[in-house]
Design a protein around this ligand. Structure first.
Ligand code: HEM
Length: 85
């Protein structure tokens, strides 16, 4: 879990415009081998992130921005088919 926490923190920092680029796996590859990963899991992670940011007294505006970004990862994390271009 420590490694997991560190990686998720690093990924989100980079994804939210932080100075250190993300050099790990893309989100589709990172979660590809997790059988049964579904909506419930994704919603739980997003809800935990939201309550953490609220606990840290981050403004609602910023929390909304973070959650909007996390929402863009939904299909990749759950390995849903990519929409046709
Ligand atoms: C917004 C949603 C999520 C984000 C941003 C996220 C982020 C990450 C990152 C950055 C990694 C590491 C990739 C690497 O090794 O380079 C990872 C791996 C992983 N994530 Fe997620 N994740 C999300 C959702 C979930 C969910 C819903 C689950 C399951 C409940 C999950 C379980 C895992 C597991 C088991 C690994 C692989 C650990 C390993 O093989 O070492 N993640 N995730």
């Amino acid at each position: 879990m420590n490694k997991q926490r560190r990686k998720q923190k690093e990924f989100l920092s980079a994804a939210l415009g932080g100075p250190i680029p993300w050099t790990g796996k893309d989100m589709r590859t990172a979660h590809a081998k997790l059988p049964g990963l579904n909506e419930t899991h994704f919603t739980a992670i997003a809800a935990n992130l939201k309550s953490t940011l609220e606990e840290l007294k981050i403004s609602k505006d910023l929390i909304d921005q973070v959650l909007a970004l996390v929402g863009t990862l939904h299909d990749d994390v759950l390995n849903l088919p990519k929409p046709a271009k």
